[in-house]
Design a protein around this ligand. Structure first.
Ligand code: SF4
Ligand code: SF4
Length: 92
C-alpha cells in the first residue's frame, strides 16, 4: 500500500493520524453526510512516502503495545521528510 487512499472507507475509524503525520499536507479530513470524517488525499501533493500508512491506527493495530517508541519513530521520519522539503525549496 503506497498511501492511505487504498484503505477501504468502511475500515477507517477517523482518528486523523494520517492527516497529522503527512509531511506534505496532502491529506484533508472530509466529512460525509453522517458526520463521519475520513481522509482524502490530494494526489498532486502526495509523494507516496508511505508515512500515512505507517501511522494508521487500523493498519497498525499493534501500535497499542508500544506507542511511545512507534510514535517517536514516525515523528522522526516526518521531521526528516520535512527537512528534505525545506532544503529542496531553499536551494531551488
Ligand atoms: S504517502 Fe506521504 S505524502 Fe502521500 S499522503 Fe501519505 S504521508 Fe502524505
Ligand atoms: S490513520 Fe487510518 S484510521 Fe486514522 S483517519 Fe487515517 S485512514 Fe482512518
Amino acid at each position: 500500500m503506497k498511501n492511505i487512499s487504498e484503505l477501504e472507507k468502511e475500515k477507517c475509524n477517523g482518528c486523523s493520524a494520517c492527516f497529522n503525520f503527512c509531511p506534505k499536507n496532502a491529506i484533508v479530513m472530509q466529512e460525509n453526510n453522517e458526520g463521519f470524517k475520513y481522509p482524502v488525499i490530494d494526489m498532486e501533493k502526495c509523494t507516496n512516502c508511505g508515512l500515512c500508512v505507517k501511522s494508521c491506527s487500523v493498519i497498525n493495530a499493534n501500535f497499542q503495545n508500544y506507542p511511545p517508541r512507534a510514535m517517536f519513530s514516525l515523528l522522526w521520519q516526518k521531521i526528516q521528510l520535512e527537512k528534505k522539503v525545506l532544503l529542496a525549496e531553499f536551494f531551488l
